[in-house]
Ligand binder design. Structure first.
Ligand code: ZN
Length: 297
């Protein structure tokens, strides 16, 4: 009888483990449409000093991490990230992954996020990443286009690589479409602000063939929302333009994301201490992201 009791206990433990097991690193995401209301601070303790007015300028449409670059929206000179560095000399930054050669350049901000992401992947036993391409200036892009042709490369100014926000990654083991690195990226890159820019099921929208190796930085909370709603950048920006304001809760932190068309808004009011970022869409307006500090109380 004792034996049966012991067996029962084991079975009970097993079933409880299954019921309560929640995968780690899977932040909970909730997204809500906010209708037409603008971002307003929470009533109560706030004073008018805690609100700042921001003047939006034409140039801001072309600056930031949410710029859409495709055949209709080329890269503007002012859109190129100002913190592009050569990675081969940055030992601390490239710890944990390889570079195809010493010529890989990238925005330092994006390289830091990639480096943190690789650390996370390593904990999952996925550790054979290599960066095969990062930032390319217009001259490099032009050479690539001439050498590879239009099936494999985009003309200068029409590639996200010209921004400094994108990188191509490979696995040292096999093709990305088959490698654990490719699968891991598809499922987890959003946690560090990256998105798979040209997924298999979005070829008609992006106009670009499936590229399991090409990731693009958009930053959090945007990458989380895009993952949750299965949006590529074209769809996400069109969605924001349509609904104007959304709020998203990611791991208990609340964000409000708003689209402002430059033709309608030159001055916008945002809460002073909640500012996260302002980014253009490379078309007609800006996206303002604020973090709702009051939601964390
Ligand atoms: Zn690429």
């Amino acid at each position: 009888m004792k034996k049966w009791g012991f067996l029962f206990l084991i079975l009970l433990c097993l079933s409880l483990t299954i019921i309560f097991y929640e995968p780690l690193n899977e932040p909970k995401i909730e997204i809500e449409k906010e209708g037409q209301q603008a971002i307003v601070p929470v009533e109560g303790n706030r004073t008018s000093e805690s609100i700042q007015s921001i003047e939006i300028t034409e140039e801001q449409i072309f600056e930031g991490n949410l710029l859409l670059v495709n055949s209709d929206n080329p890269v503007q000179k002012e859109s190129i990230k100002s913190d592009v560095i050569n990675l081969s000399t940055q030992n601390e930054l490239i710890d944990g992954f390889g570079l195809i050669d010493s010529g890989v350049d990238l925005s330092e901000e994006i390289a830091r996020n990639f480096s943190r992401m690789v650390e996370l992947a390593e904990k999952d036993g996925v550790s054979n990443f290599v960066i095969t391409s990062g930032f390319r200036d217009f001259a490099e892009q032009s050479v690539l286009y001439q050498e590879m042709g239009s099936d494999y490369a985009l003309p200068a100014g029409y590639s996200e690589h010209n921004l400094g926000l994108s990188l191509d990654i490979g696995s040292t083991q096999t093709k990305m479409a088959e490698a654990p690195e490719g699968k891991w990226i598809e499922e987890n890159a959003w946690k560090y602000g990256f998105v798979l820019r040209y997924p298999k099921d979005k070829v008609e929208i992006t106009g670009i063939q499936y590229e399991p190796w090409h990731i693009r930085y958009v930053g959090l909370p945007h990458s989380a929302i895009m993952k949750e709603k299965n949006f590529v950048l074209e769809e996400y920006l069109a969605y924001l333009k349509e609904v104007k304001h959304i709020s998203a809760t990611i791991d208990g932190e609340k964000y409000k994301i708003s689209y402002y068309s430059l033709s309608e808004n030159r001055t916008i009011n945002i809460p002073n201490d909640q500012f996260v970022e302002i980014s253009g869409n490379n078309m007609d307006g800006v996206i303002v992201t604020v973090q709702d500090m009051y939601s964390m109380e």
